[in-house]
Design a protein around this ligand. Structure first.
Ligand code: SF4
Ligand code: SF4
Length: 121
């Protein structure tokens, strides 16, 4: 078990890169977990919702926030336990993760930053 802070908590790049869309059945009002107030309907599609802030450029999900209680400069999801399926399914240290970090001019993750967390998962 590592004592260091997870690399995602000094990143947040994937929450500033993608349109985050999911079934309306993931909304709290439909029996799911995602707070409706942080979302809007996907135009022209009656059964999809989208996180506010991910429909515009530059992208920044409305749920992304500073996490001073975790550490200086830390950032993360303000609805972590309630986040939607695309957020839950986005894999740390995947091609998409590396590609997103590069796009936002963040340094590549070093092997020693990745391996302990993948082993602990
Ligand atoms: S999954 Fe990758 S891009 Fe997303 S916050 Fe973590 S390190 Fe950053
Ligand atoms: S809901 Fe949370 S994990 Fe998903 S994009 Fe927004 S801040 Fe990131």
């Amino acid at each position: 078990m590592t004592e260091t802070i997870h690399p995602c908590l000094s990143c947040g790049a994937c929450c500033q890169n993608y349109r985050v869309e999911f079934s309306i059945y993931e909304l709290q009002s439909m029996g799911g977990s995602v707070p409706d107030a942080l979302t809007h309907d996907v135009p022209g599609n009656g059964n999809r919702a989208r996180m506010n802030g991910t429909e515009r450029y530059p992208v920044r999900c409305a749920a992304l926030r500073e996490l001073p209680e975790v550490g200086e400069g830390c950032i993360g999801c303000g609805i972590y336990e309630q986040r939607s399926s695309p957020c839950r399914d986005f894999p740390f240290a995947s091609y998409g993760c590396h590609d997103t970090r590069t796009k936002l001019n963040l340094p590549a993750l070093a092997e020693q930053e990745v391996t302990p967390w993948l082993q602990a998962a």
